[in-house]
Design a protein around this ligand. Structure first.
Ligand code: GDP
Ligand code: MN
Length: 380
């Protein structure tokens, strides 16, 4: 589970990591009250689980209550790359002398924790990695031995942080490591970690991914789960008992069985398209299940064609065909549907569907041909 910045900062604070004082707000009035409490100048920051908020206009400096009101009004409700802002975090503005990058994550192939530290913070770390990889000081940490202060001191020297930042940064990195391990994070990232003009080092941003496998150890995580704003498509699918994962493409996919659904994603890719979702209707491909699946896919405005890929085993294709016909009676589908039906009772299934075929409901003999057709219909 990914945390919002404000949750990440509150998580950091539990482990003694310094963060600017601030508060969260869901309304403009609350935001102004938080700004008054934090003391001006403040920054008003959009809380969405996507980076680059600054560039998108989701982070604004306010020198007084009027400006705080103005910025909170603009930012609440804003759409940042598909994420609607429901909350802002308002914190005391920092005077930045230097911006650094710091993170801990798991290096799976090497079975160690990986610390990354750079004096070039505030920009995407992928960008630093691409343009000046030598500017990132990497530290492999044996999970049994952990990170001690001596090692952290050598690490900040390696990364060439400003002299004035080094001791505070070394202490902070040890605390961040503790947060990462004891707090069961998959990722604990601070970008930027700053040195202020007053000579203080603190976390200006927070990106935390919690390890869902550790949820049982953390009853306090329930508060984070409560604020998870889910993909509305996934919510709708869950309400209907479907195994669905939203993706970014334009070809809606319905398949029976997780393996076939995965293969369907591959074959759509191979045909030059991109899937809008993963959806496994399992064994019970009756009219109800098929109608639910089509409803969920139909609710996705990005979908411009639908690929129904069924290989009957225990599931009989004639039953699936009846399901499709009944579902189409119940749901008006915006996108054309391409069918590939094979396996048990496929002949009977195709015969049932034959009178219903049109340029909106197309049958193709093989999975590859069906994928190519669906991708062509999806366009661009
Ligand atoms: P992101 O764009 O989503 O990564 O959001 P950040 O929290 O990292 O903020 C982006 C940038 O806004 C930072 O790199 C800073 O340059 C700037 N910024 C954020 N907070 C402050 C602040 O308190 N004072 C100043 N001067 N700049 C800030
Ligand atoms: Mn950032």
């Amino acid at each position: 589970m990914d945390l919002f910045e404000y949750q990440g900062k509150q998580y950091f604070a539990r482990f003694g990591i310094p963060v600017p004082p601030g508060g969260v707000a869901e309304t403009v009035d609350e935001a102004v009250a938080q700004a008054d409490a934090a003391g001006y100048p403040v920054v008003v920051k959009a809380q969405v689980k996507v980076g680059g908020r600054g560039k998108a206009g989701g982070i604004k400096l306010a020198n007084n209550a009027d400006e705080a009101r103005e910025h909170a009004t603009a930012i609440l409700g804003m759409d940042i790359r598909g994420h609607v802002v429901h909350r802002v975090w308002v914190e005391r503005a920092s005077d930045i002398a230097e911006e650094y990058y710091a993170s801990f994550t798991l290096d799976r192939p090497n079975k160690v924790h990986l610390g990354m530290l750079s004096a070039q913070g505030g920009v995407e770390i992928e960008e630093v990695a691409a343009t000046s990889p030598e500017a990132i000081a990497r530290l492999a940490i044996d999970p049994v031995r952990g990170l001690d202060l001596e090692t952290a001191r050598r690490w900040v020297d390696d990364a060439s942080l400003a002299e004035a930042a080094r001791e505070q940064a070394a202490v902070l990195l040890c605390d961040l490591y503790t947060c990462y391990v004891q707090g069961d994070c998959d990722l604990a990232e601070i970008n930027p970690l700053i040195l202020t003009t007053e000579g203080k080092v603190h976390a200006l941003d927070a990106k935390v991914t919690l390890d869902d496998n550790a949820t049982f150890r953390h009853p306090e995580w329930a508060e984070f789960a409560a604020t998870e704003t889910e993909d509305p498509r996934e919510q709708m699918a869950r309400d209907r008992g479907l195994t669905y994962i939203g993706l970014d493409g334009t070809v809606g996919i319905i398949a029976n069985g997780a393996g076939l659904a995965m293969s369907t994603l591959d074959v759509v890719n191979q045909a030059g398209g991109a899937a809008a979702n993963f959806l496994d209707i399992g064994g019970g491909a009756n009219a109800d299940v098929m109608a639910s699946a089509l409803e969920v896919i139909n609710s996705d405005p990005k979908v411009t064609s639908i690929f129904v890929n069924i290989f009957g085993g225990i599931t009989r294709v004639d039953e699936v065909a009846k399901g499709i016909i009944a579902a189409l009676d119940r749901v008006a589908i915006a996108a054309p549907i391409v069918l590939r039906l094979d396996g048990t009772n496929a002949e009977a299934g195709r015969a049932l569907l034959a009178p219903h075929l049109s340029d909106r409901l197309i049958a193709e003999p093989t999975m590859l041909e069906a994928a190519a057709r669906a991708v062509a219909l999806a366009g661009g």
